[in-house]
Ligand binder design. Structure first.
Ligand SMILES: C[S@@+](CC[C@H](N)C(=O)[O-])C[C@H]1O[C@@H](n2cnc3c(N)ncnc32)[C@H](O)[C@@H]1O
Length: 409
């Protein structure tokens, strides 16, 4: 531990009153004035917490609940036997219902928007259509190998907890038998993806990108039809089967694209927004998707075959000369921004809004990054017209937002 953090407090136990939920899957408590981010707690509980990180002079400590002295009414026994202190780090909120998990996420989204963007958000976190109590939804899982078997990592650790099932994963994943079979020598992990047609692809790691097969993902958007997307079994794809369609519907409902409009899809992946936008703007319109990953661009071009008004270019958004690519469009009416967890950042946001789009849809997997980018958009003269949040990762702290922006005023 760095000297600046003082004497390590790891292993110490303190009795604390648990305060509000915080971004990251924990609640805030205090001991002797020092903040502790407590996992496996719920607001309003009185618990004994064992410190797992930090020292006497640290800005904050981390800890796990090891005893519950007074439980919250929303607490339940985790359905998964691998969840909990010292267990698998994949889920944060197994010890409550999916509905209360959404309430906790609502508080986090509202707090991030208020604190970082000065926005009061009155919304709720919506379940993704088709979700059943937050279990058995995940269609892609990365298992790590250790001591001859597969498992999932502990929170903030490389240590692997062997598992024979994962209750948030679709049943087809455990049904492969992989989790109970010995792992061959040299295999460091297995990535499993289940396509929407039920095909299960398991890829031993390490592997070269080019050797990873595609799976097919069908996206059906009410009122906008169905499209199939080929995507690498290790490439980016929404892991909740209802998520991609829910986000496309929310984005396009907010953008209200018209025939002939010009649209930009930034961080386009394998082209899911590009394709549905292309359908909406029609042959007289134009859609340009930009994506940095070579394999995603290759798959995306195949997915867009037959849509003459759509193109996908490889571009490192925010890196050298990326904005030159925008010259392919004679104007920008609509924008979709779907950046990675770190957000788009001030420069990308400023560049995009300098084109004065009629509307933009921002799809965000991190509410703090979203709030920061919305504040940059406000500096560029754009305000939030609507913001929906989706529980696309039940039982975890992750939450996805779709914000629609238009010119202020
Ligand atoms: C959250 S995913 C969204 C993908 C796609 N819109 C979808 O819904 O399937 C973010 C995408 O941004 C890409 N990406 C990350 N950083 C990038 C950058 N600087 N320039 C271009 N693409 C980037 C990733 O490869 C990934 O495909």
């Amino acid at each position: 531990m760095p000297a600046a953090q003082g004497v390590s407090l790891v292993g110490e136990r303190f009795t604390v009153e648990v305060g509000p939920v915080a971004h990251g899957g924990h609640c805030v408590a205090r001991h002797d004035g020092q903040v502790i981010f407590v996992r496996h707690a719920l607001p309003g509980e009185r618990v004994v917490v064992a410190i797992t990180g930090g020292g006497a002079k640290s800005r904050f400590l981390r800890g796990d609940v090891v005893e519950i002295l007074q439980s919250a009414p929303e607490r339940r026994t985790a359905p998964c036997r691998f969840a909990g202190p010292g267990g698998c780090g994949g889920c944060d909120w197994q010890h409550t219902s999916a509905a209360y998990g959404r309430e906790l996420k609502r508080r986090v989204v509202a707090e991030q928007l208020r604190r970082l963007a000065g926005i009061e958000w009155p919304g709720d976190v919506e379940p993704v259509p088709g979700d059943v109590e937050g279990l058995r939804w995940r269609t892609r899982v990365e298992f790590a190998a250790a001591r001859g078997s597969l498992g999932l990592r502990k929170h903030h650790s490389h240590e692997v907890v062997p598992v024979d099932d994962c209750l948030i994963a679709v049943p087809d994943i455990a049904a492969t038998g992989l989790l109970t079979e010995p792992v061959p020598r040299g295999v460091t992990g297995v990535d499993v993806a289940v396509g929407s047609d039920g095909e299960v692809v398991a890829v031993d790691l390490p592997v070269a990108d080019d050797e990873v097969p595609d799976v097919v993902e069908r996206v059906t958007v009410p009122g906008r039809g169905a499209r199939d997307f080929a995507v690498s079994a290790r490439g980016f794809w929404q892991v909740h089967p209802g998520a991609a369609a829910a986000f496309v519907a929310a984005a396009l409902d907010g953008l209200e694209p018209s025939p002939g409009e010009r649209a930009l899809d930034l961080y386009a992946g394998v082209g899911v927004f590009t394709a549905f936008l292309a359908d909406a703007v029609g042959p007289a319109g134009r859609v340009l998707g930009l994506e940095g990953d070579e394999r995603a661009v290759r798959d995306g071009r195949l997915n867009l075959a037959g849509l003459g008004q759509a193109s996908l270019r490889r571009s490192g958004i925010g890196r050298d000369d990326w904005s030159d690519a925008l010259g392919e469009l004679d104007r920008v009416d609509l924008v979709v921004l779907d950046p990675p967890r770190s957000g788009a950042g001030r420069d990308v946001v400023a560049t995009v809004f300098a084109h004065e789009p009629r509307r933009a849809a921002y799809i965000a997997c991190d509410p703090a990054a979203l709030a920061r980018d919305l504040s940059y958009a406000a500096d560029a003269g754009y305000e939030v017209r609507s913001l929906r949040a989706f529980d696309a990762f039940p039982m975890t702290h992750h939450v996805e937002c779709v914000a629609i922006l238009a010119k202020t005023g």
